[in-house]
Design a protein around this ligand. Structure first.
Ligand SMILES: [Zn+2]
Length: 441
């Protein structure tokens, strides 16, 4: 599926789809220098003789195509356009290797600064939604998911971690080189690298069909606090397995930075938290980021306008978890959120909030309330069947809001169209339907 995304019109090239990214990166913390080689295998979506990669703040020095042939290219401030050796037809495959380097920095966007960011003593990637081009050349569209192999070399004393399953650790020219790979189709914004003075430890058991492990990556000084704070992830994994189905990723890497961070952020099979989040009040965010492994990272959005499919579901997972942890029922969370939103501006259309409001807290809460309204309409058994069915049917696929509406309707065997119209298409906040009985799971 191709097409420019209306919410990020400058990003992505609909002329091709990427099958795999093989990124070989060297990062020097002291000088903030990133050197990269990206081998990108792609398929032409329709007749074209050039393809454009998003790349921001880094300079390409060499581009070869199909294993060695030098390619012509032109680099602008946001795009690297590569000329293919000939006109290619839809379905034809090509392979581009781009050598590039520079001092990576976040890009400014309507959503704030995004992408590669220096920490006090290291670096992180915050990709959502359009930060990926600050560290590798890519086709930056949420619907273009690919396999990844990421190799990260760092100075001794630093550890690089990336999305994917960790492989060999090698030494190369005095640097420590770590490799991560994943077969899971991953959106560019969900690929990430972290570099810091980290130690890593295994926590919990194994989860899902791929026996995914939990890896905790943190500064040694925060190790015992991190272990305690993230201990509930094991119980969350079991609860989410029950509610959403088997854990769909190959690993769950939790990175904890020594720096404070504004918000935690999910990546594919990964989440990052700041030292400031090691506080019991933020346990809800641990549940939130974990839920994205099902909703957002496995079942992904094809277009940014459907972001409620990520955030509404992750927010509802917070409420379910609060109930399981014995704090308050999901119905109580729903009532509290509804009460709060009654007093706020009602100018948001959840199914198409506009780019400026796509990360608005009201979208998260009202997305969760939409699910709660569905739960009340269909009953608990049908509701949880629906969540599991959706996660299974759309596993590692991209979806739209209409896909979910059609699926829910079909799965529940109940006419939900008026409910969805009221909650998703109209700005006015619908009344919260009464909970039949406060039955909990
Ligand atoms: Zn989220």
């Amino acid at each position: 599926m191709s097409g420019h995304d209306g919410y990020a019109p400058g990003s992505g090239d609909p002329n091709f789809d990427v099958d795999s990214y093989d990124l070989d990166l060297t990062y020097r913390v002291r000088t903030n220098r990133l050197e990269g080689r990206a081998l990108i295998n792609g398929t032409v979506a329709w007749r074209t003789n050039s393809v454009a990669f998003d790349l921001i703040g880094l300079r390409a020095s060499k581009v070869t195509i199909d294993g060695g042939q030098r390619a012509r290219y032109r680099q602008g401030p946001r795009t690297l356009r590569v000329t293919l050796p000939r006109m290619m037809e839809a379905g034809e495959m090509f392979s581009v290797e781009i050598t590039y380097a520079g001092a990576p920095s976040p890009r400014r966007s309507r959503w704030g600064t995004l992408g590669w960011e220096e920490l006090a003593d290291g670096a992180l990637v915050a990709g959502q939604p359009t930060g990926a081009p600050t560290w590798f050349p890519c086709n930056d569209r949420p619907d273009d998911r690919a396999k990844y192999r990421i190799t990260i070399a760092t100075d001794p004393g630093y550890t690089g971690v990336a999305t994917g399953v960790p492989g060999a650790i090698e030494r190369r020219g005095g640097l420590e080189v770590r490799t991560f790979s994943t077969e899971v189709p991953t959106a560019t914004y969900l690929a990430a690298v972290h570099v810091g003075r980290y130690t890593s430890l295994r926590a919990g058991g194994t989860y899902g069909p791929d026996n995914a492990e939990i890896l905790l990556v943190c500064p040694p000084s925060l190790k015992s606090r991190a272990r305690r704070f993230f201990a509930p992830v094991d119980d969350m994994m079991r609860a989410f397995d029950e509610w959403f189905g088997p854990y769909p990723q190959q690993v769950y890497t939790i990175v904890l930075t020594e720096d404070d961070l504004e918000i935690p952020l999910e990546a594919q099979g990964m989440a990052v938290f700041g030292a400031n989040h090691l506080d019991p009040v933020f346990e809800r965010l641990v549940a939130h980021e974990l839920a994205h492994q099902w909703f957002g990272n496995s079942v992904g959005v094809a277009r940014w306008q459907d972001i409620w499919l990520n955030e509404g579901f992750a927010c509802y997972a917070e409420w379910l978890w609060a109930e399981r942890a014995g704090r308050r029922t999901a119905a109580e969370s729903a009532t509290a959120a509804h009460d709060r939103m009654t007093g706020l501006a009602q100018d948001l259309i959840i199914a198409n909030p506009g780019p400026d409001l796509m990360f608005d807290d009201r979208l998260y809460k009202r997305g969760a309330l939409t699910l709660h309204a569905v739960r009340i309409a269909v009953g608990d058994d049908a509701f949880f069947d629906l969540l599991r069915g959706w996660a299974a049917e759309m596993r590692h696929e991209v979806a739209t809001s209409d896909d979910f509406r059609a699926f829910a309707q079909r799965a529940a065997g109940v006419d939900l169209s008026a409910l969805f119209t009221a909650w998703l298409d109209e700005p006015a906040l619908p009344p919260l339907p009464a909970t039949p009985h406060a039955r909990t799971r």
